[in-house]
Design a binder for this molecule. Structure first.
Ligand code: NDP
Length: 302
């Protein structure tokens, strides 16, 4: 197969040696015409997508594909696979666990107290006292739910279609999830339906004293509504990894808000060592004439 690698962000030297070692009989190129069989892309170079009408697969290097789907040059007749990378999934699980425990153990408040040398203990809760609401029970949400359940947290989840995940109370009605949640973790894809989902009305439904963890995409959260709900004291803290504009502009009030923890879109990075194994499996499926898993549903937008 002729395999094109095109990215303005991911360096080919990080990926190609690993890919070539798993797919030794295939030809890898960095530029190509209409004869490409498989294209591996992440922010591809301009003009690349338009030439892929004959390809058998476009493989994204990222889990979120909203930017590719927005591109009018993306051929809609070619299957598009998201990357479901075990290394990245593990990283996201760790991040969700870290922020949830930061909230549950009130560590963010002790860090704040240290600034004023304040020695004051807060009431202790057991994990089973708290419910974590996961918005988006997909690859990442489902993986993150497991260690939370193991620690004893109650977990409720929201998905578009009805779902069964062991130990998790799953709902398709967001209202049901938010009303039960002490802390809400957003792991949704960004679509027309999910944009702005964490707005004033919905944020107010989260239990008092709760927290918000957004590790999905910035536009899921309406920034000024979140600030209002934090300032009102209804929610205690927000952990934000993603923003409407990235890098987060220097003058953005989120940088200095005392109830906001900012990370630079670092909740989970693609891990080439594990990702290439999944990509190679997808390419082997194409070689056998099969459809690889995790294909994007163009209608649903993710
Ligand atoms: P999946 O496609 O596996 O899961 C998406 C989940 O969201 C599914 O459960 C889906 O429901 C649900 N969902 C989608 N639309 C709606 C809707 N309208 N109402 C209710 N639920 C909905 O995605 P992943 O878990 O792999 O990734 C999720 C997102 O995480 C990515 O799109 C990406 O934007 C973000 N991400 C962020 C990273 C970071 O570093 N900050 C790193 C990696 C990913 P259903 O099960 O019914 O399909």
């Amino acid at each position: 197969l002729k395999i094109l690698f095109s990215s303005r962000i991911e360096a080919p030297e990080r990926w190609l040696p690993l890919l070539q070692s798993l797919l030794p009989e295939d030809e890898f190129v960095l530029e190509g015409g209409n004869d490409i069989d498989v294209a591996i892309v992440a922010s591809p170079h301009p003009g690349v997508l338009k030439r892929l009408g004959n390809a058998k697969l476009i493989q994204s290097l990222w889990m979120g594909v909203e930017r590719l789907l927005e591109d009018p040059d993306l051929p809609r007749n070619v299957p598009l696979a998201r990357l479901v990378d075990p290394g990245m999934t593990a990283a996201m699980t760790e991040t969700v666990l870290a922020h949830t425990l930061d909230w549950h153990r009130r560590l963010y408040r002790y860090r704040e107290q240290q600034k004023t040398r304040t020695w004051k203990r807060f009431r202790q809760y057991m994990a089973s006292d708290h419910t974590v609401g996961i918005l988006g029970m997909g690859a990442l949400g489902t993986a993150a739910s497991r260690p939370l359940l193991d620690l004893g947290f109650k977990v409720v989840g929201w998905s578009r279609r009805a779902k069964t995940v062991e130990g998790v109370a799953c709902y398709t009605d967001l209202h049901e999830v938010l009303l039960r949640s002490d802390v809400v973790v957003c792991l949704l894809p960004l679509t027309a339906q999910t944009q702005g989902v964490l707005n004033l009305e919905n944020l107010k439904k989260i239990r008092e004293g709760g927290g918000v963890i957004n590790c999905a995409r910035g536009p899921h959260v309406v920034r000024d509504d979140l600030i209002a709900v934090l300032d009102s004291g209804h929610l205690a803290h927000a952990w934000l990894d993603v923003f409407d504009k990235e890098p987060l502009p220097e003058d953005d009030p989120l940088w200095t808000h005392p109830k906001v923890s900012v990370t630079p879109h670092a909740a989970a990075l693609t891990e080439p060592r594990t990702a290439v194994v999944e990509i190679a499996k997808n390419i082997e499926a194409v070689r056998r004439g099969e459809r690889p898993p995790h294909l994007v549903d163009f209608q649903a937008g993710y």
